[in-house]
Write a protein that binds this ligand. Sequence first.
Ligand code: PLP
Length: 457
Amino acid sequence: MRASNFISILLSSATTTVQSFITQPLRPPLIRRKSNAAGIMKKMSGGNVINDNTNEMMELNPLVSSIKISATVEIFSLVKQMEAEGIEVTSLCVGEPDFPPPKSVLDAAIKAIESNETRYTAVSGTMALREAIANDLQNRKGVTYDAQTEILVSNGAKQCVYQGVLATCGTGDTAIIVAPYWPSYPEMVALSGANAIILRTQRDNGYLISPHALRSCLEENKEKNVKLLILCNPSNPTGGVHSKQRLEEIADVLEDFPGVTVLSDEIYERLVYGDKLDNGHFSFAALSPSMRARTITINGFSKAYAMTGMRLGYMAAPPKLLRAATTIQSQLTSCAGSISQSAGVAALEAVSESEMEANLLIMKEKRDFVVQKLKAMHKVKLAVPPTGAFYVLPDVSTYYDGDDVKLCVELLKKKRLALVPGTSFGAPGTVRISYATSMQELEVAMDKLRSFLDDLV
Ligand code: PLP
């Protein structure tokens, strides 16, 4: 069964598809596309098919028909719909912390509303937020950025990634995407008109980039105008974290390929479970002045501060790249929400390190629990436990002949447990588990998964 069958159960309008790569849609899609899995889901949810009475003559941009809607967003919508119809579902699909944003963040948002901070801001964000970001990058990551010319605030890190791709890649160019990957990367590259080359990583090496494989990939594709390497560190969906040493080895390779920009998506950098908590993340741009000069650092407030709905992220990059991304943003969304930006300043300036550490400890306990449960499950392979983000990507390829989509459909049907098929992340035979939920929910989910797999043996 193909992932697209599963994830396109409910097909939204083309606009919603494009929007899902820019600002994360919150409304469920309206139109159903026929598929095997759609039938299963329809039976399960008892939902009604909404007729698509769009004008037959209407032609959509072919680029749009070549891209897929975000799998996690799609499955999340389906789970919400099932829940609305009274079906109780345990969902470990979505990448969203279950705790609320810190109180100081909420207070700052309320204050911003009460003091009428409701106007457009500068396209690149308020000076207060850009300065807070530059200070944070200096203090915690040891890399200096000019708040005036090198920081761009957007409606979520997702928008920053897309603008980074658009600023560097176009028709005839190539971007290297490391698999398993966050599903938006290939679709954003496709929307830019560029080609994507997938660089595979191995489960037994914790899905980290092998510098040797990267060199071969760059050499083999020398003629293809490779403009961009997208690095997700810590990784969604593997939870893998590249050490400083591994990043240095990657940088050594890149020194021989000066035309390649690195888009370093570090949105999970606050969620690293080293021996000593949070000591394990190193920013790519902090490696050396030459790497800084070709790096687009992406970060945001969704994962570290649970501010997903506030839609706030940022990019830090040298002025030329920053100006290009700012120009794109000026024609797309103008600026991030003014209220969210005030909340962002509070996140960086008023939330104590001890509060951040307490959340990290809770997340680490959840990671330990899920890893321990998975290790005890029959024929579930997890070579290297994840050390970052809040995802695990176990290999379940011994079931259903490696058809992870079928496994997820059956799991949802039989146990009402929602996981995302690994195929969506370029990792067939795996499933992605997000453990950013309550311990109670995790216990139920792990019991369901265990009993589901036991029944198959
Ligand atoms: N990058 C990665 C790897 C992600 O997993 C996500 C969200 O799931 C984002 C970027 C986008 O985050 P946001 O747009 O909520 O800031």
